[in-house]
Design a protein around this ligand. Sequence first.
Ligand SMILES: NC(=O)c1ccc[n+]([C@@H]2O[C@H](COP(=O)([O-])OP(=O)(O)OC[C@H]3O[C@@H](n4cnc5c(N)ncnc54)[C@H](OP(=O)(O)O)[C@@H]3O)[C@@H](O)[C@H]2O)c1
Length: 273
Amino acid sequence: MSSYVITGVSKGLGWEFLTQLSANSDNLIIGIVRNKAATDTRVKDELPDRNNIHILEADMTDYQALKAATDKIPELTHGALDYIIANAGVYTDYDAYTAIGGLANDPEGIEREILMLTKVNVIANIHLFNLLIPLIKKGKAKKVITITTGHADLDVVIKHDIEVAPFYAASKAHMNLIVGKFSAQYKREGILFLSLSPGAVDVGKWGKTKLTEEQAAAFGATAQKFMAYAPDWKGPITPEESIRAMLNVIDKASIENGDAGEFLSHWGNKQWL
Ligand SMILES: NC(=O)c1ccc[n+]([C@@H]2O[C@H](COP(=O)([O-])OP(=O)(O)OC[C@H]3O[C@@H](n4cnc5c(N)ncnc54)[C@H](OP(=O)(O)O)[C@@H]3O)[C@@H](O)[C@H]2O)c1
């Protein structure tokens, strides 16, 4: 039996992690969400009879709530834990279609956005890992995965002039570095920390946002840059494809293979699309 704690399983990639991993009745899946009642209902409706799913409630930015939720895990997992998948994260329209200078007239908004992104995409995961490392040490797999993005690859940003999403990208690059620091400390105890990008995935939002003319132009320009970066890219993949590919990478990744603290794509390399 393998045990997993996955954050943000209410929808999107987190829901698909929950769906695919719980299909194996030998796995025990603990999902952390902001609204337990809503996710319990979704599980009951869409994944009935999966007795291997437990949903706990916490806003990831509320340390006391997160601690109260993680305190319930040892009794569910007999005091050990094999995998953490830190999937919960935010990406907003505030900077999604905007270059950094385009926000120059909004200093308060910039500060608010960076602080919010840092709380959710970075600080919450630091607390999550600190709270659960004692259980991971007692687990068999000892793998801690953080979902990141190819937007955080500085080489690609500067080579292809990827202007949009500056603050989101920086929050994920920040977390990648933190993953490296956790790895530096815990690799010697056999714990693999890994930052893993899902690719560009349509979780139901792709093409649905009503864009201003300016945003649409930025979106088009970014798509062209993506095509220049990956000429064979066919557009976003499905959550099903992304999770299947990431689970394959998670399965193969090991400290022995040199993956400790790495920043990899769903292909298991640095090809982000
Ligand atoms: N989709 C992509 O193309 C893509 C590409 C690169 C990276 N990613 C990363 O993949 C991860 C999942 O994204 P997604 O596309 O599946 O997005 P999504 O559909 O918006 O799902 C985000 C999940 O995170 C949860 N969450 C957000 N803030 C939270 C908080 N403060 N406390 C607890 N849970 C919180 C959400 O819960 P609620 O339901 O309560 O809002 C939701 O379950 C994120 O880390 C994202 O940055 C996605």
